[in-house]
Design a binder for this molecule. Sequence first.
Ligand SMILES: NC(=O)c1ccc[n+]([C@@H]2O[C@H](COP(=O)([O-])OP(=O)(O)OC[C@H]3O[C@@H](n4cnc5c(N)ncnc54)[C@H](OP(=O)(O)O)[C@@H]3O)[C@@H](O)[C@H]2O)c1
Length: 259
Amino acid sequence: MDLGISGLNALVLGGSQGLGFACAKALSEEGVRVAINGRDPERGAEAARALGGSAVFIAGDVSDPASRERIVRDARAALGPISILVTNAGGPPPGPLDTHEHETWLKALETNMLSAIHLTRLVLPDMLEAGFGRVVNVTSFTVREPYPNMGLATGVRAGLTGAMSALAREVADKGITVNNLLPGLMDTGALRRVYAAQARQQGITEDEAKTRMAASVPMRRLGLAEDFGPACAFLCSRHAGYITAQNLTVDGGLVRSLL
Ligand SMILES: NC(=O)c1ccc[n+]([C@@H]2O[C@H](COP(=O)([O-])OP(=O)(O)OC[C@H]3O[C@@H](n4cnc5c(N)ncnc54)[C@H](OP(=O)(O)O)[C@@H]3O)[C@@H](O)[C@H]2O)c1
């Protein structure tokens, strides 16, 4: 199926590896011109090379408001107006709620909530001008079903979900859709750090920790980056033009909820 977005420009934050890279790859395969971001310039350059074509890498930390402005400026300079925005970054640290210092909360708010809102506001003028836009925020299944030790991540992502739900209605008649994509237990960087920590705590191998985690998923496997990217590309497609303010969970049936 032709997604109808070939030739458009996308900015994918946190797009140099894992789920963000999977989104960039799926968009790139649809002919979208992609700017990916991350903090590590070597990893980023390698990821842009792997995407090929017109893909560019823009280094910068999305937790820093000034960097966000520069990232969008550089993306526009490299590609032109942005029609597709995928917000993503590394997740906040796990742990019981009372173990996180105030500074950790502020960092998580900047990285995983305020960054997505700020970056969306920065690219909205391009989308309004074009009468077309797609915003996809990578959040987490924990917004639907809280998970042990993920209170900080869930708190800031629930805030983002609320803000984006409001924005979706504000721009709904402008050709712009705003949706969230919720990874389940995906075998990419963020989760690898979790099962590595579980292995250390429980005195088991990483493979054992991973196998136990996979057993908790109804599909009996962890998700792959390749399970995620196509869902992102679909939400960015012309065909998804009547889908907005939604939370699409990509989790192999992990979340036990009716809606
Ligand atoms: N994997 C899962 O099972 C799962 C489940 C639920 C939610 N999530 C969430 O989904 C997101 C992506 O997960 P993932 O597994 O793909 O993570 P990942 O493999 O660690 O990739 C994170 C990407 O974001 C970049 N990044 C991290 N912090 C950044 C920052 N402050 N500014 C700019 N770029 C930044 C990283 O590059 P640099 O390090 O070079 O900056 C990398 O490209 C995370 O927020 C994670 O918490 C993941």
